[in-house]
Design a protein around this ligand. Sequence first.
Ligand code: NAD
Length: 489
Amino acid sequence: MPDLFIGGEWTAAVDGNVREIRCPADGTLVAVIDEAGPKDAAAAIAAARDAFDSGPWPHTPAAERGRLLLRVADLLERDKDVLARAESLDTGKRQVESEYDMDDIAACFRYFGNLTASGGTDRVVDAGNPQVDSRVVHEPVGVCSLITPWNYPLLQTAWKVAPALGAGNTFVLKPSELTPHTAIMLMRLLTEAGLPAGAANLVLGTGPVVGAPLTEDPHVDMVSFTGGLVTGRRIMAAAAPTVKKVALELGGKNPNIVFADVDFDAAVDHALMAVFLHSGQVCSAGARLLVQNTLHDRFVDELVTRARAIRLGGPFDPDARAGPLISAEHRQKVEAYVAAGLAEGAVLRCGGTRPADPALAGGYYYLPTVLDECTPGMSVVRDESFGPVLTVERFRDEEEAVALANDTMYGLAGAVWSQDAGRTHRVAARLRAGTVWINDFHPYVPQAEWGGVKQSGFGRELGPAGLAEYRETKHIWRNLEPKPQRWFE
Ligand code: NAD
């Protein structure tokens, strides 16, 4: 069966191109997938445009749209195991992590299903004139290009697809060329749930070839992008000539601030999870550990002991606790950041190499790495390495902790650890980030907005603002008794 989904039909690429998808854990061939080109992108945009301008979806009552999203949530739960397996084969992440992702994805559809069905965002405005009926209504934006990364393929897709459909839009989805499978499966589930043809379209392929047209085409009204900073800048520029609405969820270099008065075991445990979850390939990874001087040595010693014990392995190895990086190219990038950090004076406390275990030689593995005595100017501290690399910096007091934490072009997330509630409250208020955790790291819920400040992007996903992102606001003024104004007499 072909893999592109355009106007309700499964189709191969016009140019006949295909791509091999290989599992990053061992290089085995997962599948050969149709690879779209600009002509396929144009066809998908035309189908989404037609479905928006002439199709039923934008005018389907909100309650019905909400019910469809709830049906999708049920189908995602029904197919959880198959979806999780497909996600793990594409990304190399542990099956158990993919299963958690699938639960979160179903919860996301359920949340937006209920939010959409509850309707009620339109409002009557007092125009100061009883002869006028003035209303503010919310409408879908139109055709949305949804462009997503490889680290949480279906999760990042769900954060866009569920609110986009809930608000009544039609869309063209382009997942990462490395991880197409769960996007294909989602199209089948949307169809099974009863979504009209053309409302959801899928093209597969690389960013420059098939992603770029989705950001430039005048028939597209909005681009919602999750991915790296450099691509985000490019997309913003590409969308400018046609003044599209743009939402950008970009990278992060997230501080994890640990004061000396913490619950030691909990803070160490969460610091590990913060950075090494999914081998550091998490936009909100706590990759910059800031530790108060007086706790530094004991904290880092314990962290290093536990990082050394993290067992690497493939998605279906029940003893593995972390998987491979996504590609050979990405691992080289991570290696280059570590080498640069060491050249700039960082102290290697563990990792810093590929694992010696021959059983892992076929995958893109890299050992959990801790670089101590780092300073703010180092590239490994400033840039997002997006790998299992923790940089450690010391601070004296609250003032210095906040200054170091905010000394970054990013502003996605951050955490503060202390048993002094007043202090955590003050620090949380001063961190320039879209999410701040106090005595925790990583949790999120679909009811709460997610997104960045500074160069981590703009716009919000999840929460009521995540739905509002896919809506336009219109003021309708109705004069019930029009009379001549005689302005020019
Ligand atoms: P990437 O920017 O390389 O690619 C993301 C997507 O954009 C892919 O589908 C890619 O094919 C496409 N693309 C690339 N060039 C394009 C172009 N010129 N026009 C249109 N589309 C183009 O990112 P990645 O390596 O896939 O993902 C990792 C990045 O994603 C990290 O920086 C991470 O922090 C970020 N991320 C952010 C969040 C968040 O919520 N803020 C969540 C997950 C990942």
